[in-house]
Design a protein around this ligand. Structure first.
Ligand code: NAP
Length: 253
């Protein structure tokens, strides 16, 4: 039996993508074979296709960071999944395909009532947001935090989780998207027309407990300057400059 995958045979735009067919093998020991129902299109899929990230796999590769599917075969020694289970996996790559092979420890059960195409879009953004907020910064109710890029995919996940955690939130976004921030109780700051450092210094003279920064560049340094002593800045992306991020990290460490 054959299955189809979408491959990146060379770096470039979406026009480089090609569909290929391979033989469908049995899963190896410890692995489940997933019949993929939905794969999201994530920023890393695109940056890897262009080669705009130092973490891009070598070509050819199958992109596809996150999937939801149904287990359709299991290898020897698989104990936590059975044929017919609905599961999610954060694969890194390999998701743009009809089937994928995933180690059993990577499988996350997904309720069959959820629409797989809707639920798959949550996996990467919410995983990053949860790690940033609860595992790295370890926020407490009432903490004062700043979210840079608050209207984006991770930003809105941080807003939702921040509201659940009863945080006092400031968010940076374009004015046309400020209604998203106010919906979650955050104070919006427009990065086009306002100096966020000035606004927050005035409102929070004792400093912030945490800054969540997916932009990097100057935001990293300026966000850092807003922290109270012992506060935490979590950087989780740097589209403004990767080499500059390394330079800044070198200064901080
Ligand atoms: N998505 C993920 O799961 C994931 C995982 C790991 C790391 N990251 C990294 O996290 C960052 C954000 O990802 P995302 O998926 O949330 O992106 P996104 O959905 O495209 O959102 C980007 C956000 O950045 C804001 N923004 C754009 N240019 C800006 C500027 N010059 N100054 C301040 N804010 C600016 C946008 O604000 P407006 O649209 O309101 O202007 C928007 O809120 C990226 O660096 C990405 O590589 C993402």
């Amino acid at each position: 039996m054959k299955y189809r995958s979408v491959i990146v045979p060379k770096r470039g735009g979406p026009e480089v993508l090609q569909v290929v067919e391979n033989d469908l093998r049995r899963p190896s020991a410890g692995e489940a074979r997933i019949r993929i129902l939905a794969a999201s299109v994530c920023a890393p899929d695109i940056s890897s296709r262009y080669g705009h990230t130092p973490f891009a796999p070598r070509v050819p590769f199958v992109p596809g960071y996150a999937i939801i599917g149904v287990v359709d075969a299991i290898g020897k020694d698989v104990t936590n999944a059975a044929e017919g289970d609905r599961v999610a996996a954060l694969m890194g790559y390999g998701g743009y395909a009809e089937h994928a092979f995933v180690g059993q420890e990577e499988l996350i059960p997904v309720p069959g009532t959820l629409d797989p195409a809707e639920a798959v879009t949550l996996i990467l953004n919410y995983l990053v947001a949860y790690q940033v907020m609860h595992r790295s910064a370890r926020v407490d109710a009432g903490d004062k935090v700043l979210i840079v890029g608050a209207s984006g995919g991770i930003g809105t996940a941080l807003l939702q989780l921040g509201k659940l955690a009863n945080l006092s939130m400031y968010g940076i976004a374009s004015r046309s998207k400020h209604h998203i921030l106010t919906e979650y109780g955050a104070t919006p700051i427009d990065y086009h027309t306002q100096d966020f450092v000035e606004v927050i210094r005035k409102a929070e003279p004792d400093g912030l407990d945490a800054v969540f920064d997916g932009m990097g560049g100057d935001y990293f340094k300026r966000g850092f300057s807003l922290l109270r002593r012992g506060g935490t800045l979590v950087g989780y992306g740097n589209p403004l400059s990767f080499s500059r991020m390394l330079h800044l990290l070198g200064q901080v460490i």
